[in-house]
Design a protein around this ligand. Structure first.
Ligand code: SAM
Length: 472
């Protein structure tokens, strides 16, 4: 029985409710009158329930689809402006006892190089990431209580926050590790993590169990209820995601929205972010079985419909996607992207030798951070290295309140410009700096409060003169 307020995975992600929603969407996908009603509701910018969002996702009417894209773009502009937050993943260890069929870290893969970073190696990797200009990391690790116990993850976080190198520092560490206990989530919170990220992979219990035949990850309920436990442990920024390409995309789209509704209704705070990874080619994975089944067009439609359905939730796209695909979805709702990523354990300080490949999957976007930053600015986006909300304690519903207050232009926008200025001064090539300084000049006009604007102009001058870390 579907119950958004239930603590049980199979009740807040009800298989029957998803099937009924998909049926409803199929029946009404070209129902102009209903689609107009749904779009009118979506224009209020309060989001949409999963069933109505599923109708938009299935809609085949060309003119209505254009309206869907235009609305997604407008909501993105209203809530996030033209800022794009930058981050990089850091793989700590690929030891893993799970049997995920699509992931080369699965236990049965005997030929992948198994690696785990020592604290000294972490210092080298993070220094290399700081030298590129990164301020925000997503830590990644396989599940292995012997090789990667929670104590190891906590030690890594402590090491990373402790590294001060030239003008750089990692100011926000997000963590993507396997589902764990409330007690461990509490420890992660105490270690000062930003967002706890966990991808559901698929919400379809039957497919989930087949795709995860062995290891602790096999337990669908334990995995699906992880965000509730994370919140019970005090983490109020959580990041959802499904791995598109594993299962029917309409099913997982509906499932992820139901998960967001559950967190918002039952825990009082919706997800901080939603990631939209697509399956990639990887070592020891049969490309005939896992062929990244959804087209770029469907992918763009998913991004647009998520943007409309959960306007307050950030959306992340990684370097799994190519430059051209990223270009297509940025304006439809993406608010965070990774740049210059390595999916191997190590590889930032020094490229991995060919015979020691520990990579999780092939990336499609291989550009340097400088190239990604310049590319964004040339399209009039403001790459942001801001971590202010987290550092000022504006997490969970306090962050949502800021987002809803309309004061983003006098808070996030100035912070984005100042962190971009730091990036330009410390790490950018001459060409990128020239593009960026021009953009900052222009973007100052977006700040509506004259006092804030005056302060920002002062702070920017101070940054140019060598001072760092101003924020609102
Ligand atoms: N071990 C943790 C877990 O089980 O959640 C951490 C996650 S893993 C390092 C990060 C994510 O990479 C997974 O959740 C999965 O969605 C994704 N992934 C695994 N294999 C992939 C592939 N072949 N292509 C793209 N993404 C993949």
């Amino acid at each position: 029985m579907y119950n958004v307020m239930s603590p049980k995975a199979e009740e807040f992600i009800s298989h029957e409710e998803i099937l009924a929603s998909l049926e409803y969407a199929r029946e009404h996908k070209n129902d102009r009158e209903l689609i107009d009603k749904i779009l009118a509701k979506a224009r209020e910018r309060k989001g949409l329930p999963h069933r109505e969002a599923a109708v938009l996702l299935d809609c085949e009417l060309e003119d209505k689809n254009q309206e869907i894209y235009a609305l997604a773009e407008q909501i993105k502009k209203d809530f996030y402006g033209n800022r794009i937050v930058m981050f990089a993943p850091l793989y700590l260890s690929n030891y893993c006892i799970n049997g995920c069929e699509y992931c080369p870290y699965h236990l049965k893969n005997k030929h992948i190089a198994r690696k785990k970073l020592t604290q000294e190696e972490i210092i080298r990797e993070v220094t290399a990431l700081q030298d590129m200009g990164h301020k925000r990391l997503a830590l990644e690790a396989g599940e292995d209580p012997v090789n990667n116990p929670i104590e190891y993850i906590l030690e890594c976080i402590k090491t990373i926050y402790g590294i001060k190198h030239k003008n750089g520092a990692i100011r926000r560490v997000n963590v993507n590790i396997a589902a764990t206990t409330v007690e461990n989530y509490r420890k992660l919170k105490e270690a000062g993590i930003g967002t706890y990220i966990l991808f559901q992979e698929t919400y379809n219990k039957e497919s989930y169990e087949k795709l995860h035949p062995t290891g602790p990850k096999h337990d669908y309920a334990y995995h699906t209820e992880a965000m509730d436990r994370a919140m019970d442990g005090g983490i109020d920024d959580v990041g959802l995601g499904v791995l598109f390409g594993l299962n029917n995309y309409q099913y997982d789209f509906t499932g992820i929205l139901m998960h967001a509704e559950h967190l918002e209704t039952y825990k009082g705070v919706g997800p901080h972010t939603i990631s939209v990874p697509r399956l990639r080619r990887a070592d020891d994975i049969d490309p005939d079985v896992f062929d990244n089944g959804i087209s770029d067009e469907t992918f763009a439609k998913i991004v647009a419909c998520i943007r409309i359905a959960v306007p307050y939730t950030g959306m992340i796209v990684s370097t799994r996607e190519s430059q051209s695909c990223r270009e297509k979805v940025l304006h439809l709702g993406i608010s965070q992207i990774s740049g210059a990523s390595r999916t191997s354990v190590g590889g930032y300080a020094q490229p991995e030798p060919e015979e020691e490949n520990s990579a999780q999957f092939d990336v499609s976007d291989n550009r340097t951070l400088d190239e990604v930053v310049r590319w964004l600015m040339e399209m009039d986006y403001v790459p942001s290295f801001c971590t202010a909300c987290y550092r000022e304690g504006r997490t969970g519903d306090r962050f949502m309140t800021l987002l809803k207050s309309g004061q983003i232009v006098n808070c996030c926008h100035p912070n984005a410009l100042m962190t971009l200025k730091e990036y330009l001064e410390d790490y950018a090539s001459e060409e990128t700096r020239a593009v960026g300084d021009k953009l900052i000049e222009k973007e100052l006009d977006v700040i509506t409060n004259p006092k804030v604007k005056e302060k920002v102009v002062d702070y920017l001058a101070n940054i140019h003169n060598g001072q760092r870390d101003f924020r609102f």
